[in-house]
Design a protein around this ligand. Structure first.
Ligand code: MN
Length: 474
């Protein structure tokens, strides 16, 4: 897969000239110490670089322009050590095209009761400096995130780390390239969308390919490559032949590995990191890609079934934000409506993301009963437990909207021996009936991304950056 930039974040501390050079030198010393503390705290996955004590409108504007054209700068973190008149920030903030985090913190985490004097107060003005600065962000309606608290605290550093992941995903969104093998499933509405609007609002390139162009690459994969992939599969999962005769089982698993390697090669050679397929358009393939798609999900590629390019982009985007942990395409598959058991069971025909697995995946081969193809191999596993968020992206006459709700994730309360797909249960925190009613009222579809790795706040931050409506049902 295309390698991401080695991203970093720039740090700028706000001040003004009237304090004099000695005070500004102190401001810089404290800011450098703060930045070192963030980098050494062990919570951040991306480094922060101290850049500037900003005292004038011109220096701020120049700084923001430089942040824009440095591709490896994923965002800007600001802190007001002293009072920094916010009119100085207007031009630069309006020009900034990268995510902005206002770190509302103070150098010391206490009031130094014994020693505090007017010299101290001339330097340490975050309490009012932060409000002056935040006012202009609010007035300009820039999608700035904010973290409030002492910079040395672990929870504050974790919030900065979470935002960094959002910022990197936002930057990378403009590099997401989606290959559509075939079109959307016939007659289906919710899987549609405007491809140009997806590029304008979310940065995604959405391109069509005839399925046979992918099939040609699949057919060209060498047997020894499949041998190696088979060995790796044996190491990471249990190969369960079940009722299949040995020869058929091995052939069908190997064919999925051929599809996996072929699709991966096609995507890599042509610069794509997400794709769609459609079970109505499998000419030249022996099986609907199942195991093949699941292995690509483990590798971090985005995927949308039935031609749903919105889900291909959204899975790729959120996998970047989540470092590909526990973030998966889902479909509202079937329901438990009994009082006290209310839950949605999520799954798909085959393509359930193994990053959710709480047990060792089993490779099984079973008939599909749809699409008229050979019995596909797929990974079967049980999903995860914990707090999560389920989100979708729908397209309307007035544009794209994110729709989602916080959910409690569970594993099924009983085995389902006759349903050979991976399974994940969840219940909206607001309740199944209320959550589902609102979901449908707002027009959310049945394809979603379920994440146990990203918080509601991170998803809201992301939606704000894209300036896309986010309907958060809670
Ligand atoms: Mn589906």
């Amino acid at each position: 897969m295309r390698k991401m930039q080695d991203y970093k974040f720039w740090f700028v501390v706000g001040s003004q000239p009237l304090y004099g050079p000695e005070a500004l030198a102190e401001v810089e010393k404290d800011a450098r110490k703060l930045v070192d503390g963030l980098n050494e705290g062990g919570k951040l996955d991306y480094p922060v670089e101290f850049k500037l004590v900003a005292t004038t409108a011109d220096s701020i504007t120049k700084f923001m322009k430089e942040a824009n054209y440095n591709d490896n700068v994923a965002g800007v973190i600001t802190w007001m050590h002293t009072f920094s008149p916010a009119k100085n920030w207007i031009r630069g903030t309006e020009l900034l095209q990268k995510p902005l985090l206002h770190l509302a913190t103070q150098f010391l985490n206490n009031i130094p009761f014994d020693s505090i004097d007017m010299d101290y107060m001339n330097l340490h003005q975050s309490a009012h400096g932060d409000r002056e600065y935040a006012y202009i962000n609010s007035r300009l309606n820039v999608p700035a995130a904010s973290v409030y608290g002492w910079w040395g605290d672990a929870d504050v550093q974790e919030q900065i780390a979470d935002w960094q992941h959002v910022a990197v995903a936002y930057n990378e969104s403009f590099n997401i390239n989606i290959a559509r093998f075939g079109d959307t499933m016939r007659d289906v509405a919710v899987t549609e969308g405007d491809k140009v609007a997806a590029q304008i609002k979310l940065g995604w390139t959405v391109d069509y390919y005839p399925t046979n162009e992918g099939v040609a690459v699949v057919n060209g994969i060498a047997e020894d490559e499949i041998d190696a992939a088979y060995k790796e599969l044996e190491a990471n999962s249990d190969l369960v032949e079940g009722d299949n005769d040995h020869e058929k089982y091995v052939h069908n698993v190997r064919y999925q590995l051929r599809e996996y390697l072929g699709i991966k090669k096609f995507l890599d050679d042509n610069g794509y990191d997400a794709f769609t397929d459609n079970f109505q358009d499998l000419e030249g393939l022996e099986q609907l890609p199942g195991l093949a798609v699941q292995l690509l999900m483990i590798d971090g590629y985005g995927f949308g079934p039935e031609g749903d390019f919105k889900m291909a982009g959204l899975t790729r985007l959120l996998k970047i934000a989540a470092d590909n942990k526990q973030t998966a395409l889902m479909e509202d598959y079937t329901l438990d409506l009994r009082h006290g058991h209310e839950a949605i069971m999520g799954s798909h025909m085959l393509e359930v993301d193994p990053t959710l697995a709480s047990d060792k995946p089993r490779v099984e081969v079973h008939p599909l009963g749809i699409g008229g193809k050979d019995d596909p191999a797929r990974l079967v596993f049980t999903g995860a437990e914990g707090k999560g968020y389920d989100i979708t992206l729908s397209y309307f006459d007035d544009g794209y909207k994110f729709i989602g709700y916080p959910v409690d994730c569970k594993t099924p309360e009983a085995e389902m021996p006759k349903l050979p797909v991976a399974k994940q249960m969840w219940t909206p925190e607001i309740g199944l009936a209320e959550g589902a009613k609102q979901w449908m009222k707002y027009g959310g579809g049945h394809h979603t991304v379920l994440t146990l790795a990203l918080s509601e706040e991170q998803l809201e931050q992301l939606a704000r950056l894209f300036k896309v409506d986010f309907i958060n049902i809670k």
